[in-house]
Design a protein around this ligand. Structure first.
Ligand SMILES: [Fe+2]
Length: 421
């Protein structure tokens, strides 16, 4: 049933992308064209070619032995293929090479169309190092390596806030630092607002260029922010960008775009804080009622408790907060973004313990150079203004260790959650 929902959602959004170019008003089209224009001094080449780019590993099912690989080409490329070799040692014997074929869909930028390819790789062995390339002869990508996760004892992940502005310029270094320092991580979580304008192909190029070291080596979990939506002339969200749905084909539960994934003993529940909050609250409650994993990590773009002035999210507090409170024993972390600041804390009525807080801990973070003024509030244990950071998180069955680093790899915050005996 989940697959049917996902297919409907995906077709719906993709068709919407195709139709919108013909059906929107001239005023709206002019607005979108303006938003999607190139910067005066582009730093990157961005148009597609026959060579694959924007390669991204996406867990497209809850099956632990599968992984989807996504990439982009121009529309002359009409086959989607991956070659993958397993290695037990340091070498990658050619005789171990396997090939998988997939499919593509068309994404329309105002200046050109492009193909987004998807191949599902099956029968992956936990803990095994793989080498892979995508495309087709003679237009292959370079080879990349990927270790399929072994999450039996420990789940390790990197967590990143909104990139949005100055993407390539201001975040390339910090993404690379994170990937290099924590090359043992098994997952990457992106909290949305990856770009500023939903259908700006150049901005997507910047994001993929900045995050390429991560996206080619770690499965990516992502939730959309408000900037991944196209908006009408009144500023109201009209639909999620086709770039998003083509890059992140998760097993969405239904058309609100929420999903969940299990990695070992941890269940990641990824909510879409942009729409249908009340229905998602019911879904979340029902899912948590039946969740037996040792930990739950909630992922949401908008924060339940805001870190900046005048940005309280009443919809989340009315709909989601009661569910989170009800299931607080299961939820370790609520990872969030949107507020362009760093903050973490818990329910306002908690006993404060900065080093070993009770769970769930609510977090807000940002990466890049766009910051909002902090508004210190009762829910916060730690709040840091104007810092671009990344987070490394380790979960074992009875403990969560959380560390936040600045772009110079300075440890700016850390805490540990211990499960009561
Ligand atoms: Fe946002």
């Amino acid at each position: 049933m989940r697959i049917v929902y996902y297919l409907l959602f995906f077709l719906c959004v993709t068709c919407g992308a195709h139709l919108s170019a013909q059906q929107v008003s001239p005023e709206l089209q002019a607005k979108w064209d303006k938003e999607n224009s190139l910067p005066e001094n582009p730093l990157l080449h961005h148009a597609p070619s026959r060579l694959p780019d924007r390669i991204t590993l996406v867990p497209a099912s809850s099956l632990a032995d599968e992984m989807a690989v996504i990439w982009r080409t121009d529309t002359t490329v009409k086959s989607s293929r991956i070659e993958i070799i397993a290695a037990d040692t340091l070498t990658f014997p050619k005789e171990n090479r396997r090939r998988f074929n997939g499919s593509y869909n068309v994404v329309h930028y105002k200046d050109y169309p492009m193909h987004y390819h998807k191949v599902i790789v099956k029968n992956l062995d936990r803990g095994t190092l793989y080498k892979y390339r995508v495309g087709n002869s003679p237009d292959w990508s370079p080879w990349h390596t990927y270790r399929h996760g072994n999450f039996e004892d420990t789940v390790r992940l990197l967590y990143f806030g909104d990139t949005q502005n100055g993407i390539y310029e201001h975040t390339t270094k910090i993404y690379k630092e994170a990937a290099k320092k924590f090359d043992n991580a098994g997952l990457a979580v992106y909290i949305g607002d990856l770009i500023n304008h939903a259908d700006n192909d150049y901005e997507w190029s910047e994001w993929h260029a900045a995050t390429g070291d991560i996206n080619t080596t770690l499965p990516v979990i992502a939730t959309p922010g408000n900037h991944e939506y196209l908006k009408n002339l009144d500023g109201k969200k009209t639909r999620l960008s086709a770039y998003w749905t083509s890059t992140f084909p998760y097993p969405y539960e239904w058309d609100a775009g929420q999903y969940y994934m299990d990695f070992g003993f941890v269940r990641f529940i990824v909510l879409n804080s942009n729409e249908k909050l009340d229905a998602q609250a019911e879904w979340l409650d029902s899912l948590l009622n039946n969740t037996q994993q040792d930990w739950v990590v909630l992922v949401s773009h908008h924060p339940v408790f805001s870190g900046a002035k005048n940005r309280q999210n009443k919809g989340l507090q009315e709909n989601w907060l009661p569910v989170i409170k009800k299931h607080r024993d299961k939820i370790g972390l609520v990872l969030q973004g949107h507020d362009h600041t760093y903050a973490r804390g818990g329910f306002p009525e908690r006993d404060v313990n900065k080093t070993n807080p009770s769970h769930p801990v609510f977090t807000v973070t940002v990466i890049g150079d766009k910051f909002y003024e902090l508004d210190r509030q009762p829910w916060m244990d730690v709040a840091i203004s104007h810092v671009s950071s990344y987070q490394y998180i380790e979960l074992t069955r009875d403990r969560i260790t959380y560390k936040a680093y600045s772009e110079t790899n300075h440890l700016i915050d850390q805490f540990e959650i211990n499960k009561p005996e």
